[in-house]
Design a binder for this molecule. Structure first.
Ligand code: UDX
Ligand code: ADP
Length: 481
């Protein structure tokens, strides 16, 4: 019987291992983490992450062949295959600060594997890492002088949050990179056999290690680039009277471009896109490829521009000041169907509005008040450095921020509404009722293009929706600097 251990019970490790356990009943899967609290949550009724379908999968196999444990060393020692799915934050100081990946967690996991292992193991890079990380890990593992054979594989995860279980059940592809030696190829075949329990063979791609590592960074860079491209077009649409949804639909009909991932928004968020592009930029710079680095850097630059542009649009539309005005923020998660707020555009938008002295009333169906306050008080990149996180001061921004548990409560007496996450429930709101309870003129700033602009204008709202023809009210304002 094969035993699998996954180090890191996060957004990637937890759901991925749960699906492997479900699909491979004869394999024992242990998910381990240094965070006792995380492990306790995985063993409880209330899982640490919100992900549609995850509860059912975990319930079907927890205690059968899926175990969550904080006894990291025991499970690593017993495993044949060890997945490593720990955080790889952006460095905040030293060489490459603000770009390079900080491999502290990875390195300490590798050293621990080398220390506790008594039998040969396949070590799988699951978390996204810089190209050539496998080489460094190999050095740490093979210098143990114990005669143990470690094979390193790269098996990046392509799941997206909110659809993780579907993505894992029916992946577009599974990518496995390994050494081109007989031992390396045997390790690739062993991991392939795990996925072959449910993934058709032609969807399991095998490559060399560096291609697999780079493909993950490249895939995220291409996806993020699509969003920055359509967001760049949204600014031009607003300036010209074109409608970004119509433009995206028209270009998406070209089968070479394709229709998906072309929704203009207030900006992309999530734990991967910005981090992976900055990492890619750093790798390019280290390899002397300055032009390639600056090309990809622009994708992040446009994303920052889009968030700033949104804040400017809110402030300039509301008579150039939001000081003392109540702004309802609907949605804080970085996308719908997740409670994850890592790099959510809502943080920059809220901080921008708070900088202009707005009073925020925030509602998100899945994000807790503590998380929102913590996010608004946090330094850039600190979310992925648990050791930097301070206990939350009870007074942090408490005067200007209220967190409420209902969209109607959030919008009551508000001067304006900012929609920052595309939760389905926001599409069904009774905007007549909301309008009646707001200050006038009442503004809606839709950062996700989910409201029916004409209907809202008929009700009486002044409406701004990303990349759509501007409301006459907004259009006639002097351009904001
Ligand atoms: C992404 C990749 O999709 C996934 O393959 C990889 O494994 C991890 O990174 P994730 O960050 O979970 O997944 O979500 P994704 O659906 O890609 O959305 C990322 C951000 O882009 C969100 O803020 C989303 O709202 C935004 N987005 C997405 C848009 O603004 N427009 C779109 O058309 C699509
Ligand atoms: P991802 O989104 O990539 O899954 P997360 O931050 O959600 O990332 O999860 C990473 C997990 O890895 C965290 O729960 C963290 O506690 C855990 N972790 C980090 N280093 C180690 C380690 N050396 N041993 C065990 N767990 C670790």
């Amino acid at each position: 019987m094969v035993k699998i251990c996954c180090i890191g019970a996060g957004y990637v490790g937890g759901p991925t291992m749960a699906v492997i356990a479900l699909k491979c009943p004869e394999i024992e899967v242990a998910v381990v983490d240094i965070s006792l609290q995380r492990i306790a949550q995985w063993n409880s009724e209330s899982l640490p992450i919100f992900e549609p379908g995850l509860d059912e999968v975990v319930k079907a196999c927890r205690g059968r062949n899926l175990f969550f444990s904080s006894d990291v060393e025991k499970h690593v020692a017993e495993a044949d295959i060890v997945f490593v799915s720990v955080n790889t934050p952006t460095k905040t100081r030293g060489l490459g600060a603000g770009k390079a990946a900080d491999l502290t967690y990875w390195e300490s996991a590798a050293r621990m594997i080398a220390d506790v292992s008594r039998s040969d193991k396949i070590v799988v890079e699951k978390s996204t890492v810089p190209v050539k990380t496998a080489e460094a890990i190999e050095k740490i593992l093979t210098h143990n002088n114990k005669g143990i054979n470690f094979q390193i594989l790269s098996n990046p995860e392509f799941l997206a949050e909110g659809t993780a279980i579907d993505d894992l059940f029916k992946p577009d592809r599974v990518l496995i990179g390994g050494r081109e030696t007989p031992d390396g190829q045997r390790a690739v075949a062993s991991l392939k056999a795990v996925y072959a329990h449910w993934v058709p063979e032609d969807r399991i791609l095998t490559t060399n290690l560096w291609s697999a590592e780079l493909s993950k960074l490249a895939a995220n860079a291409f996806l993020a680039q699509r969003i920055s491209s359509v967001n760049a077009m949204s600014a031009l649409c607003e300036a010209t009277g074109a409608d970004v949804s119509e433009v995206a639909f028209a270009i998406g009909k070209d089968s070479r471009i394709g229709p998906r991932f072309l929704n203009s928004s207030v900006g992309f968020g999530g734990s991967c896109f910005q981090k992976d592009i900055l990492n890619l930029v750093y790798i390019c710079e280290c390899n002397g490829l300055a032009e390639v680095a600056s090309y990809w850097k622009q994708v992040v630059h446009i994303n920052d521009y889009q968030k700033n542009r949104f804040v400017k649009r809110v402030v300039s539309s509301m008579f150039n000041t939001v000081s003392g005005k109540k702004i309802a923020v609907l949605g804080f998660a970085f996308k719908k169907d997740t409670g994850d707020t890592r790099e959510t555009p809502a943080i920059d938008v809220c901080n921008g509005l708070l900088g202009d002295k707005a009073l925020l009333s925030i509602y998100d169906p899945q994000v807790s008040e503590e998380q929102i306050r913590r996010d608004l008080a946090m330094n850039k990149f600190d979310w992925d450095h648990p050791q930097h996180l301070q206990p939350l001061s009870p007074t942090a921004s408490s005067n200007s921020v209220r967190v409420v548990w209902d969209a109607y409560e959030a919008t009551k007496d508000a001067h304006g509404i900012c929609i920052l996450t595309e939760w389905d429930e926001f599409r069904k709101l009774d905007f007549r009722k909301i309008y009646a309870a707001m200050q006038k003129p009442a503004f809606v700033f839709d950062g996700r293009n989910i409201v029916n602009v004409d209907e809202l204008r008929d009700i009486g709202f002044i409406v701004y929706s990303i990349g759509k023809p501007l409301d006459p009210w907004v259009k006639d304002l002097p351009a904001s600097s």
